[in-house]
Design a protein around this ligand. Sequence first.
Ligand SMILES: CC(C)(COP(=O)(O)OP(=O)(O)OC[C@H]1O[C@@H](n2cnc3c(N)ncnc32)[C@H](O)[C@@H]1OP(=O)(O)O)[C@@H](O)C(=O)NCCC(=O)NCCS
Length: 163
Amino acid sequence: MEERKITITAIEETPDFNEIKDLIIPFWPEQFGALPDERIVLEYEKDYRSKLDRVKYLYVDKRIAGWYRYSKFPREAGAKDVHTYDIAVHGDFQRQGLGLILMKDMIKDSRSLGYEKLLSRSFKNNEGSIRLHRAAGFTEHMKTSDSIVWELDLHAADRESEE
Ligand SMILES: CC(C)(COP(=O)(O)OP(=O)(O)OC[C@H]1O[C@@H](n2cnc3c(N)ncnc32)[C@H](O)[C@@H]1OP(=O)(O)O)[C@@H](O)C(=O)NCCC(=O)NCCS
């Protein structure tokens, strides 16, 4: 296989959600209710909070192949914990380890910014998400009727899974 260049870049300005619509529209959870494509992009634009959210894109060569967003939890200035909001890899690039690369970057990034805990959630029918969280070292915090809520202590001694 040809050598690919993988880079992860922080997006400091408000993201252009149209630019990453292929990474958000197909993955809009059915549990959130069906919406037309433009409305999904609009929901992202409305929901984004520049001082609370942290966004990075993963490039394979020059193409945006994945992204993540995490946010303070609770979603207010003084929060000590963070919560994943989005983590997605384009269909052309899934099952190649990129989701794990993104998740490990999110863990490193949130730890370096001084947060204590990273929380996350997978719908029970999303096997890829569940396996990804396990592989990244999350433990199950609780279950709800449709989801698993995960947590990861960002400062625990055992960081083996990130090596
Ligand atoms: C979840 C997602 C980000 C994983 O990205 P990826 O690049 O395919 O993941 P990786 O190749 O790094 O694989 C990570 C682990 O998940 C497993 N996995 C990934 N996709 C899977 C799938 N569809 N079914 C079963 N297992 C899957 C891999 O086998 C691997 O597990 P392992 O370490 O036990 O072998 C990707 O499937 C995606 O974008 N899904 C749609 C958006 C989404 O649901 N995001 C999660 C919201 S919480």
